[in-house]
Design a protein around this ligand. Sequence first.
Ligand SMILES: NC(=O)c1ccc[n+]([C@@H]2O[C@H](COP(=O)([O-])OP(=O)(O)OC[C@H]3O[C@@H](n4cnc5c(N)ncnc54)[C@H](OP(=O)(O)O)[C@@H]3O)[C@@H](O)[C@H]2O)c1
Length: 355
Amino acid sequence: MIPSTHRQVRLAARPIGYPRESDFRLVESSVPEPGAGEFLVRAVYLSIDPYMRGRMSDARSYVPPVAIGDVMEGGVVGEVVRSNRPGFSVGDVVEGRLGWQEYAVSTGKGVRKIDPTVTPMSTALGVLGMPGLTAYFGLLEVGQPKAGETVVVSAASGAVGGLVGQIAKLRACRAVGLAGSDAKVDYLVRELGYDAGINYRATADLDAALQAACPAGIDVYFDNVGGRITEAVSRHVNLFARFAVCGLMSQYNLTEPELAPRNERFVLVNRVRIQGFIVVDFSARYKEGLAQLTEWVRQGKLKYREDVVDGLERAPGALIGLLQGRNFGKAVVRVGPEPAGSRAPAPASRGGTEG
Ligand SMILES: NC(=O)c1ccc[n+]([C@@H]2O[C@H](COP(=O)([O-])OP(=O)(O)OC[C@H]3O[C@@H](n4cnc5c(N)ncnc54)[C@H](OP(=O)(O)O)[C@@H]3O)[C@@H](O)[C@H]2O)c1
């Protein structure tokens, strides 16, 4: 039964600093009717990702922001419940940017079909979706790790970072992760196979901790956070080190840009390559990346953890929590029940919110 109305989360105000619940508005709207060539999707899981903070702001970025009053942008995996589009049938499970809402109409643009009997459908938003592809191409193509090298990862227990260290290990590197709690560091080392972990929040001397964890220096830095962690890492690099700049968690909510030391000297002396990337740079190769990630997951070589909260109304709180480091693993919101018969075997590691 498709209801006549559904819930949406719309952007109410542009945040100053960290977003607040009042920057979002939960509204009731009519469920749209799919037109010719369209289909209607019932959302099951909504992805919560750091880029959403950027979409709430009107600062210049690589894509335009969400307009005030519009439905928040977000990746969704859900079930086709009505279809006027050949190739998409009722019962198909699909993934696409369908927004923070319980139902969405699509033409199929940017939407892919998922087989939920092979892997749990939520993985299409994490290890077998955008974060997985970010870890895969960011580390292997931008970071270019070689066997025996030391790879350092920040936000190392998160959706992207948790995978980067494991892929580094699959490439016979030493993997060192920085994370924001003892529980996260314990998870990196015991569950994911990182060689060492540093709780950057509890470590008074980050230089001494990096020195101890990276006795042979740092060859690849997968940067998810920027700021003082990146500065500390830069003091321990080897000749020809590579920085794969993936994200800037420490900077997204600043109201004033942070002053940083000039970095020309460490780049010049060590011939360091610093390269930013956005996962879409590799869109022509997604198929290849997803095939490899799927194989690793099925072989048990790639573990992942999900932090699931229930109910669309909790999506704003989940994003606010993610930006403050309260998520432990890939943050997702369960918007509605999974379709019958969609359950794949349980993954090796599935977590829950910390604390
Ligand atoms: N370039 C791309 O195409 C692309 C694609 C996807 C994601 N990303 C970026 O990748 C990074 C990770 O994304 P994700 O989805 O995997 O998120 P995530 O790591 O699951 O969650 C974000 C984590 O960032 C850490 N964090 C929060 N505030 C911080 C601060 N002030 N300093 C240091 N760390 C802080 C927290 O972990 P701790 O408790 O460990 O601090 C938090 O759990 C983000 O920067 C995101 O923007 C980039």
